[in-house]
Design a protein around this ligand. Structure first.
Ligand code: SF4
Length: 383
């Protein structure tokens, strides 16, 4: 049964699915449920109805694949099995467990939200959708996911997998982030979710999007919703979703210095308004514009102007006087839309007291410290 009448560029409000022709028809729901029961992957967060565990999984799964999340999820719950233990934790422990997952703001907000639940909700994860939505780091999708998966409430969900699935069901030829598309996707999500076992049904929608209605070459012949799919009917399944405009990648060159004194290394804690806030990093120094353009390693000749500039900067900023200054390692990594070449130098200094946010650490201490991604790689090289 069709979801909606044909439209040249996808749905309009007029053609939006009705009860008779649309996604609330019982056959569609029956087929999807039957398919899910046969094909659902056994994922750790699907074995529980604990809102805390479901919340952790949902935050980790934002912008991260299922395969990458599983070991982090298991380690996180082993260390912080409930809201109380997470609320009482030091933020540094939380960041350390999150290290490598990226988007560290998620971890800081998770920690803050646990403290809010402990102080304002008596330590019980709230069950009302509106209250869940007020927690730091929780948006409309995550609140709906927790409410439906943990409490079996009839709440719609739209995330990457379901957005693609809905867009194809509707033959929606609009960028998915546009407000018209968002309205259509949330409208379908609201219409399709049933009153009976809505949590399982929402999981089924995600599963179908993740495993059958995949971004490239969806396996339509195995899809339980093939008869309901406008995109398949028109042969548009590989044209929808309309590709998003790719962000322009910018090449950036940065310089770090691994400074050693008596076997201890100087690290700086990143400020709250910086990338990797709260995590520790090797000191950065200014990179001259000609090195940024060339993107190659600078010359650390002790006689060069560059070396002298670095010494002066380190002395003025950190009060540290470095003796030797040598090239050590070049690390390439990507953060959001930046492709970064990090030239790391190595320097010797006399051990002296430094002020926050700088501190000396030996290498074993760094094992439990939350380090930025490049700092962890430098530390491994030093070890
Ligand atoms: S028929 Fe194909 S394009 Fe349509 S929902 Fe199923 S897998 Fe996706």
């Amino acid at each position: 049964m069709p979801i909606a009448k044909s439209q040249p560029h996808g749905v309009s409000r007029k053609s939006f699915p009705t009860k008779e022709t649309g996604p609330s028809n019982p056959q569609l729901r029956r087929r999807l449920r039957a398919w899910y029961r046969r094909n659902a992957r056994d994922l750790p967060w699907r074995r529980t109805a604990d809102p805390y565990a479901i919340w952790i999984s949902e935050i980790m799964l934002q912008q991260t694949t299922v395969a990458a999340v599983i070991p982090y999820y298991q380690r996180f719950l082993a260390k912080f099995p409930d809201i109380q233990s997470l609320a009482a934790a030091d933020q540094q422990q939380v960041l350390r467990l999150w290290e490598g997952l990226g988007y560290y703001r998620r971890a800081r907000q998770l920690h803050t939200a646990a403290q809010v639940i402990a102080s304002q909700h008596g330590g019980e994860f709230p069950s009302e959708f509106d209250k869940i939505l007020t927690l730091p780091g929780i948006g409309r999708y995550t609140a709906g996911a927790i409410a439906s998966f943990a409490y079996d409430q009839r709440q719609p969900i739209v995330e990457a997998n379901t957005a693609r699935l809905y867009a194809r069901l509707l033959a929606l030829k609009l960028p998915l982030t546009s407000s018209a598309a968002q309205e259509a996707l949330w409208g379908l999500a609201q219409a399709i979710v049933p009153a009976r076992k809505p949590g399982e049904f929402n999981q089924a929608l995600i599963e179908l999007g993740a495993t059958i209605c995949t971004p490239r070459d969806p396996q339509c012949e195995q899809c339980p919703l093939i008869a309901d799919c406008q995109a398949h009917r028109r042969g548009w399944q590989n044209k929808i979703p309309v590709p998003a405009k790719k962000p322009v990648i910018e090449d950036v060159t940065e310089t770090a210095v691994a400074i050693c004194a008596n076997g201890r290394w100087l690290l700086i804690q990143r400020a709250a308004d910086e990338r990797w806030a709260g995590m520790w990093d090797f000191p950065r120094v200014k990179t001259p514009s000609h090195e940024q353009q060339q993107g190659n390693v600078l010359v650390a000749d002790s006689q060069s102007h560059r070396a002298a500039d670095i010494r002066t900067e380190l002395h003025q900023r950190l009060g540290v006087t470095v003796r030797s200054l040598d090239e050590f390692v070049t690390i390439r990594h990507t953060v959001t839309r930046f492709r970064i070449t990090l030239n790391c130098l190595q320097a010797e200094a006399r051990l002296r007291q430094v002020a926050h946010p700088a501190r000396w650490f030996d290498l074993p201490e760094m094992v439990d410290l939350p380090l930025t991604t490049p700092a962890r790689r430098i530390a491994k090289k030093l070890a």
